[in-house]
Design a protein around this ligand. Structure first.
Ligand code: FES
Ligand code: FES
Length: 181
């Protein structure tokens, strides 16, 4: 059967078996960002957004997403131009093997779209269905908090932790404190 949906903002038609999961449908169509871990809804590695809500795509029948808006990690940034959430995960060293990270990032996007300023308890609660075998979670929590800050700011951020980029001083301009360089 054919599935008509919006995939990362574009209209898409996916040909799927009636019994296929959304994860199957996405991966067969070349969207391999969502990972297959447990395939039983327990690990969260396959998390994508469906109409803005985080969904474990391995247990979501593809047919139920006909007409829906689906977002996968491929719809965020690119290698050279990371989305602020992706940059926050990198800059906080929130990943090791990285297998859980696409799901973590999409879960984070769903959280921050709905609640741009979550407290730690809300972050923990939101991520509670997404497992990570490597990191111990503390850095992931830091990354989500950092990502919220980055998304709330409108100024440029550096790639080393999201601090505002300092204004460039002219070579001929005065140094801090008024001394000439
Ligand atoms: S692969 Fe979907 S929850 Fe584990
Ligand atoms: S970084 Fe390896 S499972 Fe999370």
């Amino acid at each position: 059967m054919e599935l008509e949906l919006t995939l990362n903002g574009d209209d898409a038609t996916l040909t799927v078996a009636r019994s296929a999961s959304l994860l199957d449908a996405l991966r067969r169509a070349g969207y391999t960002g969502a990972k297959r871990g447990c395939d039983t809804g327990d690990c969260g590695f396959c998390t994508v957004l469906v109409d803005g809500d985080p969904v474990k795509s391995c247990v979501q029948p593809a047919v139920r997403t006909d007409g829906a808006a689906v977002e996968t990690v491929e719809g965020l940034g690119s290698q050279d131009d990371l989305h602020p959430i992706q940059a926050a995960f990198v800059d906080n060293a929130a990943l090791q093997c990285g297998f859980c990270i696409p799901g973590m990032i999409m879960r984070t996007k769903g959280l921050l779209d709905a609640n741009p300023d979550p407290d730690e308890g809300e972050i923990r609660e939101s991520l509670s269905g997404n497992l990570c075998r490597c990191t111990g979670y503390e850095r992931i929590l830091d990354a989500v908090d950092d990502a919220a800050g980055r998304l709330a700011r409108t100024d440029d951020v550096a790639a080393d932790g999201g601090r505002p980029v300092p204004e460039r001083r002219s070579c001929a301009g005065p140094a801090p404190g008024g001394e000439q360089e």
